[in-house]
Write a protein that binds this ligand. Structure first.
Ligand code: NAD
Ligand code: 6OD
Length: 486
């Protein structure tokens, strides 16, 4: 049985009290690894190691030296690409192509891109007049925030964790990372990479465990943590924000979504079907940017529903390495229960089930895995639970609309505000709608296309702050002004 340890001050260690928890395969529900749970003393050790590293060799490196080390991290991830792909497939059960095309290369890019960004960050200076005529010069320096607590989710574990660790280290911080209890493997593997390329001890630390009354909470409550960057559910963000208030720690939050897809009648039909299909079902619907509410203009509504149904019914489930399978299971038994609970609620609320609504028949060796059918509903009112709450499964509700104003008002009538995807050949209409939807990210005739230099984050209950490019550099550094009398 694989043993997964914490990574503290450059060493792989068990928790001081020897506690372990099981990691189960999403494919079979069998226990595949035992993970050391970090207790309060282990978290303290990790945070103190990170603080010591900040004041040691790491803190004295020039930007060029730091950038060189981070290029090394990106290169080593690429060299060990297959190990990362394998570990992420084991953790999530998702297909190989999702790992090789998106999640793992993006992890390496997160180190390279932010290393480049920090080299090119502009500095500011202002000359001012003084009453004696001599004047004064103000100039700003950027310093790292300090020790950053990174808390990440399970749905794209390596991509989402490195998306925060890459810029945090590029800016000269040190980190203590608490990956999701569901997906501990790739974050742990990154510890090996850090040692192999010579990142000083204590710069990157990993503690395993759960949220409340476990490693996650111990980390957010630790007084020596200077900032917290978190991706996960909105209600977890609320709890973390309360912890961060003690000690006035800065937070960056990327939270849940209930994203709208808007398809106008003049859209390229096949492209729109394909785009909405991918955005609703990729990663078995476990994507924060996924589309769970689809609004289709009335003239093409029936045809669109029929086309999406065909695509959903062609989905093949299987193991990550099965070349005939394009979809994996949900992450856990608990999440499967949650998603199936919503499927039952849809029936209770009077939805028409276009397809799905249950669990697929799987071969005996996969029968205990966390499989659910891709599901499409119509005919629910906008007030229905299914249309308001994030499900985070392979499903969407479709509704017809008539006018631009009507669809904007339905898209905005939700507590979340993460992303929208708009499908139309009328670019003037696309720009008008994009400017009025209350979200952080809008795609026009595309989905999940993202340059790492662009701003990423949610409006309303989907987040606080922006990361990406210069926005990450803003969050992971503090600007200090120095005023010199001339
Ligand atoms: P989650 O909030 O349950 O857990 C995320 C992390 O927080 C885990 O590591 C967990 O152990 C930890 N945690 C839980 N409670 C905590 C507490 N009280 N204190 C400290 N840490 C705590 O989220 P999840 O189920 O892992 O991920 C799915 C959610 O993440 C969905 O809502 C999804 O929309 C969201 N998400 C958002 C983005 C984005 O960029 N906006 C990206 C991916 C996922
Ligand atoms: O594109 C990214 O960098 C990003 N943060 C993607 C988020 C995916 C959510 O599931």
């Amino acid at each position: 049985m694989q043993q997964v340890k914490n990574f503290i001050n450059g060493e792989f260690v068990d928790g001081a009290d020897g506690k372990k928890f099981d990691k189960r395969s999403p494919l079979t529900n069998c226990v595949i690894a035992q993970v050391s749970e970090a207790g309060i003393a282990d978290v303290d050790k990790a945070v103190r190691a990170a603080r010591t590293a900040l004041q040691g060799e790491w803190g004295r490196l020039t930007t060029e030296q730091r950038v060189g080390l981070l290029y090394g991290v990106a290169d080593e991830i690429t060299r060990r690409f297959e190990d990362f792909v394998e570990a992420e497939m084991v953790d999530t059960g998702q297909p190989r192509h999702v790992m090789t095309h998106a999640f793992i290369p993006r992890g390496a890019a997160n180190f390279k891109v932010f290393a480049d960004a920090i080299k090119n960050v502009p500095s500011e200076s202002f000359q001012m007049a003084t009453p004696d005529g001599r004047g004064a010069l103000n100039y700003a320096i950027r310093v790292p925030k300090g020790v950053v607590g990174v808390i990440s989710p399970w749905n794209a574990p390596f991509l989402l964790m490195t998306w925060k660790v890459g810029p945090a280290l590029a800016c000269g911080n040190t980190v203590v990372v608490k990956p999701s209890e569901e997906t501990p493997l790739t974050t742990t593997l990154l510890g090996e990479v850090m040692n192999a390329v010579g990142i000083p001890k204590g710069v990157f630390n990993v503690i395993h465990g759960f949220g409340p009354n476990s490693a996650g909470e111990f980390l957010t409550q630790h007084p020596l943590i200077d900032a917290i960057t978190f991706t996960g559910e909105t209600r977890t963000g609320t709890a973390i924000m309360k912890a961060a208030a003690d000690g006035m720690r800065d937070v960056s939050f990327e939270l849940g979504g209930k994203n709208a897809g808007i398809v106008f009648a003049d859209a390229d039909f096949d492209e729109a079907v394909d785009g909405i299909f991918r955005s609703a079902f990729l990663n078995t619907g476990q994507v924060c940017l996924g589309t769970e509410r689809v609004y289709v203009q009335r003239p093409i509504f029936e045809r669109f529903v029929a086309a999406l149904k065909l695509r959903a019914e062609a989905v093949k489930f299987g193991r990550p390495d099965d070349k005939n399978a394009d979809y994996g299971p949900l992450i856990s038994a608990e999440h499967k229960q949650k998603v199936l609970g919503y499927y039952a609620k849809a029936v209770a609320e009077g939805a028409t089930i276009v397809t799905g609504g249950g669990v697929p028949n799987m071969p005996a060796d996969l029968a205990d895995g966390h499989w659910v059918q891709p599901t499409i509903w119509t005919d629910l009112p906008e007030t229905a639970t299914l249309v308001r709450e994030e499900i985070f499964g392979p499903c969407c509700h479709l509704r017809a609309f008539d006018s631009e104003d009507e669809v904007i008002s339905m898209a905005n009538a939700n507590d979340y505000g993460l992303s929208t995807t708009i499908w139309t050949t009328n670019l003037a209409c696309a720009h008008r709608v994009a400017a009025r939807v209350e979200v952080g990210i809008t795609w026009i005739n595309s989905w999940f296309l993202r340059d790492l230099r662009t701003a990423f984050g949610g409006s309303k209950q989907s987040g606080i702050g922006r990361e990406g490019g210069v926005h990450s550099l803003e969050f992971y550094t503090e600007t200090r002004n120095i005023c010199v009398k001339l």
